[in-house]
Ligand binder design. Structure first.
Ligand code: PA5
Length: 442
């Protein structure tokens, strides 16, 4: 496929790993077959697999219409959600936005996020910001019962109703949730909110191309059609790149590289890495197995984590998101006195320096025993971000099956919730509550 993201693994595999990768090809093909035939564990959560090519025009138009309404009536739109109901939208919006959009006057509302933590001061500060301003809410929860977004929604719903009145609130609150079940579905029906459905067969971390991600992304002013088009391209023609990534990372894992660090040299990609960490962490971290997904922002983190990557325990491999074109050019000026000694790069654009830092880092890390896998992205546009999303999703499904886990469940995330509910004396948790009190006293 021309004009698409590509995987380069020549800095990632030595002879031994190349042999392992070759041996893993059959396992990868079997995993791909398991995924595509729907014959594996978690096969009731494969709705994302052909999602890009099956999103219908009516749904896109409805999302665009809702987004236009929120854009015309609101100065701020608060997207409330956590995990898969938060990270995809946040990642795409950040990847495509002006870095300083929050401080600039822009057309349309600022999209802000809540319900992704339980920080009291965070909520206070956000309430303080939107007080006296017209705002809307997109509340997103598949289960409809997650504590973090439920608290945030209760606060902002009450605030909006008091501030702007019930009719405005009813018009400018949109719920994205399960078609039938859950507290949020019931509440939305009772209040008469517009709603969008998260399909039963799409899990949270694979849901960015459903209304979960598409609605906030459209409200932020981005072209969801181009985003979907990019994902369709990857769905239809991306298998070679996807397989290359899945096979290489598993070969490295078998060589003792237990940690994958996703590195970028583009500050816009910070949250793309956060989304990726959830996708791979929740999908693969099971049965005491799985590549630990970590991330760094370079060159910033070369001045902190760079030491550990270069010289620490040799259990790391690095996957670099390498972006081709920048949107703007900034030339380093010449200085008559050259007191800072920078005239040797005068006349060069800043990205040239960044690219040399990227290359220099790659060579240093490979020399230091950190294999480097490269994913090239032609530019940070809707189309290529769409490609990247689908690329990582399908590679994750294949990788999870290669590892021998169910990539589509997340039983481990319940443990903290049970303890928290017991500590909060939530009805139904009396027994756990008593057990925890005894444990804490002991
Ligand atoms: O990937 C997942 O399933 C989780 O991260 C969920 O998205 C997250 O816990 C939020 O769940 P919900 O959308 O039900 O509020």
């Amino acid at each position: 496929m021309n004009n698409s993201i590509q995987v380069i693994n020549k800095y990632a595999i030595d002879t031994l790993t190349a042999d392992r990768a070759q041996a893993l090809r059959a396992s990868a093909l079997a995993a791909k077959h398991t995924l595509e035939s729907g014959s594996g564990l978690g096969n009731d959560f494969l709705g994302w697999l052909h999602l890009p090519s099956s999103i219908d025009e009516q749904q896109i138009q409805a999302i665009e219409k809702s987004a236009a309404l929120l854009r015309s009536e609101c100065e701020y739109v608060i997207a409330i959600g956590i995990g898969g109901s938060y990270l995809g939208a946040k990642a795409v919006i950040e990847a495509l936005s002006d870095h300083f959009a929050a401080y600039k006057t822009t057309a349309g509302p600022k999209v802000l996020f809540a319900g992704n933590n339980i920080g009291e001061d965070y909520l206070y500060d956000l309430m303080d910001l939107v007080r006296g301003h017209k705002f809307g809410i997109i509340v997103i929860s598949k289960s409809g019962t997650t504590t973090e977004p439920a608290i945030a929604f209760r606060l902002f719903k009450e605030m909006l109703e008091k501030q702007e009145g019930k009719p405005f609130a009813q018009r400018n609150i949109i719920a994205v949730t399960d078609e039938r079940r859950g507290a949020l579905r019931n509440l939305a029906t009772q209040e008469g909110y517009a709603t969008y459905v998260i399909p039963d067969n799409v899990g949270g971390r694979f849901s960015v191309l459903t209304p979960v991600g598409l609605l906030p992304i459209a409200v932020a002013g981005f072209d969801i059609r181009a985003l979907i088009q990019g994902a369709v391209e990857m769905e239809q023609e991306g298998d070679d790149q996807i397989m290359n990534y899945a096979i290489t990372r598993n070969a490295l894992y078998q060589s003792g590289k237990k940690i994958e660090v996703l590195a970028n040299f583009a500050p816009r990609l910070h949250f793309l890495a956060e989304w990726w960490k959830q996708l791979y962490g929740e999908s693969e971290g099971k049965g005491h197995k799985g590549i630990f997904p970590a991330s760094v922002d370079f060159t910033t983190d070369l001045h902190s984590m760079g030491q550990m990557i270069q010289d620490g325990e040799r259990t790391i491999f690095e996957t670099v998101l390498s972006v081709g074109d920048q949107q703007h050019e900034v030339i380093i000026p010449s200085d008559g006195e050259d007191l800072d000694g920078l005239n040797y790069i005068a006349g060069k654009n800043v990205d040239y320096v960044n690219k040399m830092a990227e290359l220099g880092t790659r060579l240093a890390h490979v020399d230091g025993g950190v294999p480097n896998l490269i994913i090239t992205i032609p530019a940070l546009t809707e189309r290529y971000v769409g490609q990247l999303i689908y690329f990582f999703e399908k590679a994750c499904g294949i990788s999870g099956y290669m590892l021998g886990v169910n990539p589509f469940d997340q039983p481990g995330v319940e443990a903290y919730k049970r303890n928290m509910f017991a500590l909060l004396n939530k009805p139904g948790y009396e027994e756990q509550s008593a057990a925890i009190q005894t444990r804490l006293k002991g």
